[in-house]
Unconditional design. Structure first.
Length: 107
């Protein structure tokens, strides 16, 4: 059976990673706050990063790595971060998917 990176990424995002790190909004908001603090301290950033920025920065990191060598895992990671960005944006709109609420305070 051929590997389906989109299905695999969705399984990871909604399974093990969710249990380990919380919702995408929780996890990437925390990372955004840490990145913001660091970049402000360095004088590089004046505004605030948001959770979706972290998703897109992670995708860019994976693209940078793919410039050296494209791997199935790297493609799965890109799909996973794109899915996380979608879930973060849905959380901000107060949407529910598949009967589960996405956002702070939910798992």
């Amino acid at each position: 059976m051929a590997r389906n990176i989109l299905k695999e990424a969705d399984k990871i995002v909604n399974g093990a990673r969710r249990k380990d790190y919380g919702t995408p909004l929780q996890n990437h908001t925390c990372t955004a706050e840490l990145f913001t603090s660091y970049l402000k301290r360095r004088g590089i950033l004046k505004g605030e990063l948001m959770a979706e920025d972290v998703c897109f920065l992670n995708i860019l990191q994976k693209i940078s790595r793919a410039a050296n060598r494209i791997t199935p895992d790297g493609l799965t990671d890109i799909a996973g971060y794109a899915r996380n960005a979608e879930l973060v944006l849905d959380s901000r709109k107060g949407k529910k998917k598949k009967g589960r609420a996405y956002g702070l305070g939910t798992k």
